[in-house]
Write a protein of this length. Sequence first.
Lengths: 280, 280
Amino acid sequence: MKLGIIGLGLMGGSFALDFKSIYPKSKIFGLDKSKKNENRALELGLIDELITLEQLSKVDVVLVAIPVDKSLEELPKILNSVNKDTLVFDVGSTKLPICEALLNHPNRKNFLATHPMAGTEFSGPNAAVEGLYLNKNNIVCEIEKTNPKIYKKALRIFKMLNMNIIKMDSKSHDVHVAYVSHLSHISSFMLGKTVIEKEKNEKNIFDLAGSGFESTVRLAKSSPATWTPIFLQNKNNLVLAINEYISNLNQIKEMIEENNYSTLSSILNNTNRIKQILTK
Amino acid sequence: MKLGIIGLGLMGGSFALDFKSIYPKSKIFGLDKSKKNENRALELGLIDELITLEQLSKVDVVLVAIPVDKSLEELPKILNSVNKDTLVFDVGSTKLPICEALLNHPNRKNFLATHPMAGTEFSGPNAAVEGLYLNKNNIVCEIEKTNPKIYKKALRIFKMLNMNIIKMDSKSHDVHVAYVSHLSHISSFMLGKTVIEKEKNEKNIFDLAGSGFESTVRLAKSSPATWTPIFLQNKNNLVLAINEYISNLNQIKEMIEENNYSTLSSILNNTNRIKQILTK
C-alpha cells in the first residue's frame, strides 16, 4: 500500500508510525509546506520519500493532517490530483466547513471526513508518537457521500488500528466537539493566561504548581497554528459553549460570595459524576 | 518516633506511607471522624493503632489532614492535648484563616502551617499512595511563630522526604494559590458542569472525550468536602481570580466573534510560555 501524508506534524507523523506498524511493507510519501519538517520527517524515518501534490495519483491513500483553514484551501487541489480509487481523509477537529467546501467537488466521493479522538499538546514531526491512533474513537461524518468501496478501504485501515468508528453528521459533530474538546482548550488557554498575567514572577507559578494546575493547563501548550482556525471555524457553537461556561463561572462565584456552602457543595458533588462518565 | 494522624484520607493516608518509608521503626496512630475510614486505614496498614484527641500527648508529631473548615474547629483542641515538644502541622490549602485562628493559642509555638504541593483527584484512605510527598515543594508559613526546635524537627522530616521548603507569609500564600491551584479547580469543575449540562446523552461525552478533555476536567473529580471550604476560606482572593478569568474568556470570545485571527493566534502563542515556565 502506498500512503501519502500531507502535513508532517504530530497527527501526520504519528499516523505514519502507526500505518507502518500495521502495513510494514507499505511505502509512505510525505509533503509539508515547511522544508525543515520534511527533512526532519525523513531523518526520523516517518516517511520514505517526499512527494508533490501533482504526484498524488500514485498513492492509494492520502491523509491530510494540516490546520483546518489550510485544509479548505488544499483539499480541493488534492482531490483534483488523485486517481479514482484513492481514499483521501482528513483528521481536522471541525467537520462542517470542510464537508461544505467539498460538497460539489467532482471527486467528493474519494473523500472521507474523519476526526480521530487522539492527540497530545505537542506539535511538529518531533512530536510524532507510536500508538497515537490505536484503540481510539474515530468520528466519521457524511459517509453516504463517500464511494462505498473507498469507505470500506478506510474501515479496513481503521480496524487494523483497532479504532472504534462512530458515525455522525458533520453539524452534530461540530456542536459536540465545541463542548467536549474546543471549550477545554479555551478554558485551559485562558487559565494559563490569567495565571501568567497575575504571577509576574514566574517562579511563583513553578513553585506553587501542583500536578492539578499542570494537568488543567496542559492544553495551553497546544499549537496556535492548529487551534486558531479551529476556534474560528467552529465560532457559532463555541461562542455558545463559552457563554454557558461563563454563566456557570458567574454562578459559582456568587455562591462563594454568599458563603453558600450547601449549594456549592452539591454542585461540586453533581459534577463529580464526570468520574463515572469517563470510566464507562 | 510516634506519629499521630488526624484525618485518614488521601493526604493523611499517603503521609503515613511516606513516613513509614523514612522511619520504618515509627509507630503511627490515626483518628478519623468516620469509623469506616479508621477501619480501612487499619486494614490497609496505613496506621498501627487508633488514637483519641486526649491521647495525643504521647506522640511526637501530629499531622492534621482534614478539610480546612474542620481544621479551624479541631486544631485548637489538638494543640490543647499535645505535650510541649510535639510538632503539629496541617496540610490545608488555605493558610491565613488557620494562622489567624491560632494566633493567640497558648500552644501556637507547637504548630507549623504547611502546604505541600501534592495531591491527586481521589479521596479517602483507599486513595493513599506511596511517594505522594517525595520531592515536592512544601510551603511553610509564619515560621517565626513556631518554636525553633520544633520547626527544626519538621525540617528534618521534610528533608528526609526530599521536599523543597519555600517560606511564605500566609497572606501571600493564599493569594498565589487562589490563582495557581484554586482557580484550576474552579475552571475544571465548571468545565465538567457545562459539558454534563449540554450533553444530556452521556455517551457523547465518553465517545468524544479525548485525553485533552480528560486532563482538563480531571480536578472536577475532587472531593467536595475538601474543596467547598477551601473556596469559601479563600473567597476574597478567589473571587478576584475568577473575575480575571471571566474577563479573559470574554476577551477571547470577542476575538472569535470578530474572526480576529492574528490577535487570537498571538494570545495563544504568548500563553504557550506556560510550557517553559512549568519545565524550568
